[in-house]
Design a protein around this ligand. Structure first.
Ligand SMILES: C[S@@+](CC[C@H](N)C(=O)[O-])C[C@H]1O[C@@H](n2cnc3c(N)ncnc32)[C@H](O)[C@@H]1O
Length: 200
């Protein structure tokens, strides 16, 4: 995925001035770098992955691409409790589909957020699982699970075609205590994927 596509997927969910974000299941850090570009050098970013070698490669890349001083590399399983400060946002790109009990995971994620905090979810809009995407999370399912986990209805931010399967969507999931006075900014784009068919 090109960096312009990645930026387009997440731009609307990130606000300049946000002080702290985490990228859970950050992999090679392609979304983490886009986050850094949007947040600027003063924000803290916690980049979390269970795979030490991936995280090490990411650390080396960051040495050349971004200000590393406020990038915190956390080798950890994000299903386990993490010691993080209250966050403005948590990004999960292609990571929630590894989690079987996504409602419990969403509840855990909510606990990391400030009341004004938000989740930014990037997933394949597919319903059938595979070895690569064991527990798919199409937008339609996210729209059902998020309120059950104490969030508002997700807002569809952007979609992009996927070379492998269907399309990829990005969605913003706001904390229930967040008063969305920027409704224009975070209004759904076009037709909601939630209105489409699917078996999950
Ligand atoms: C498909 S990659 C996505 C990487 C990156 N977010 C992206 O979209 O380019 C999934 C990443 O999530 C990590 N991961 C999966 N389950 C995890 C868990 N429970 N805790 C931490 N990292 C996890 C994997 O190690 C892998 O690097």
């Amino acid at each position: 995925m090109q960096s312009a596509t990645i930026l387009n997927l997440i731009t609307k969910g990130v606000q300049r001035g946000d002080a702290a974000w985490a990228d859970f299941g950050s992999g090679e850090g392609r979304f983490t770098r886009a986050l850094r570009a949007l947040l600027g050098p003063d924000a803290d970013i916690y980049t979390v992955d269970v795979d030490a070698s991936t995280l090490e490669r990411q650390r080396r890349t960051f040495g050349t691409h971004a200000d590393v001083s406020r990038t915190h590399f956390v080798e950890a399983d994000f299903t386990q409790p993490l010691d993080l400060p209250p966050l403005d946002g948590v990004l999960l790109a292609n990571a929630l589909h590894f989690i079987k009990d996504q409602t419990t995971m969403l509840k855990q994620l909510r606990a990391y957020l400030k009341p004004s905090g938000r989740l930014l979810v990037i997933e394949y809009d597919i319903t059938r699982g595979s070895v690569w995407v064991p527990y798919p999370l199409p937008f339609r399912t996210l729209a059902r699970l998020a309120p059950a986990a104490g969030f508002q209805q997700p807002v569809l931010l952007a979609t992009t075609p996927s070379r492998f399967r269907s399309q990829i969507y990005s969605a913003l999931v706001l904390h229930t205590s967040y008063v969305n006075d920027g409704i224009e900014k975070w209004a759904p784009l076009g037709d909601s994927l939630a209105d489409r068919g699917g078996d999950r």
